[in-house]
Design a binder for this molecule. Structure first.
Ligand code: CIR
Length: 255
């Protein structure tokens, strides 16, 4: 069975961190409604939802992906590069512990889960404003005993690695070639986003289906033309907080 850990949208979402998008008014009710529809998409794809309660004092807490990296063998609890986000880890750690042994990224290293892209036994890690060299080293120390190879990827122009590249099939990735070097993914089948849709590279693969924002119809057509099965979801209000589809859940297999 697949479990998806989510967290109710915080009433403080409008006070979120922002890095590469301009602040604009956010309607938390609309964001909550979109988030519930997103959860329904995951349920339709066979996920059981474990929804954590809203955190009124943690504006970005809906974006649970950044707080943990869940592998088959172990869950890594992160230490965000955004200090305001560090308290988010407590509740997510409790939710993950019944399913995985855990390890933590120790201070002063920083790592955001949005910078971590796992493709089988290779873990690509974005060097971003949120993830530093120590964070990459600590991740490497934790996962190497399980046979993973960690590969740092440099980024420009975006918040996280998964703003720039995400998995869309067993061996395929969707990529913004201006934000992450496509050469780093030479061993993979690559689909490039439509240049007029710069935020279009974030897609969530669940089983054999991609959950994808409805805001990017041109890139969607590219995906469908390549035979990728896609279901769309409107996450436009969450996008104003610089979030997209991978960041709103932690999906993993449980017994
Ligand atoms: C932040 O800046 O941390 C949030 N406003 C957005 C986080 C989105 N996370 C993700 O894409 N993994």
């Amino acid at each position: 069975m697949k479990l998806a850990i989510t967290r109710e949208v915080s009433p403080a979402l409008a006070r979120c961190e922002l890095t590469h998008v301009a602040r604009q008014p956010i309607d938390p009710e609309r964001a909550r409604d979109q988030h519930h529809r997103y959860e329904r998409r995951l349920t339709d794809l066979g996920c059981a939802i474990l929804r954590l309660p809203a955190e009124p004092d943690m504006p970005d807490s809906v974006f649970v992906e950044d707080v943990a990296v869940v592998l088959d063998e172990i869950a890594i609890l992160t230490r965000s590069g955004a200090p305001s986000r560090r308290p988010e880890v407590v509740a997510v750690a409790e939710a993950v512990r019944p399913y995985r042994p855990t390890a933590t990224i120790p201070s002063p290293a920083t790592l955001d889960g949005g910078d971590v892209l796992v493709l089988e036994k290779t873990i690509f890690v974005g060097r971003s404003s949120r993830t530093d060299a120590r964070g990459v080293d600590e991740l490497c120390r934790i996962v190497s005993p399980f046979g993973y190879e960690v590969r740092p990827v440099s980024l420009s122009g975006c918040l996280h690695l998964k703003s720039a590249v995400t998995r869309i099939s067993d061996d395929g990735v969707l990529i913004h070639p201006g934000w992450a070097d496509p050469g780093a993914f030479a061993a993979h089948d690559r689909i490039e986003i439509e240049p007029s849709e710069p935020f279009a590279a974030n897609a969530l693969l669940v089983g054999g289906t991609v959950v994808y924002p409805s805001a990017f119809p041109r890139t969607l057509r590219r995906l469908e033309a390549r035979g990728i099965r896609v279901v769309t979801v409107d996450v436009s209000e969450l996008a104003k907080a610089e979030g997209a589809v991978t960041c709103c859940s932690l999906c993993f297999d449980v017994a």
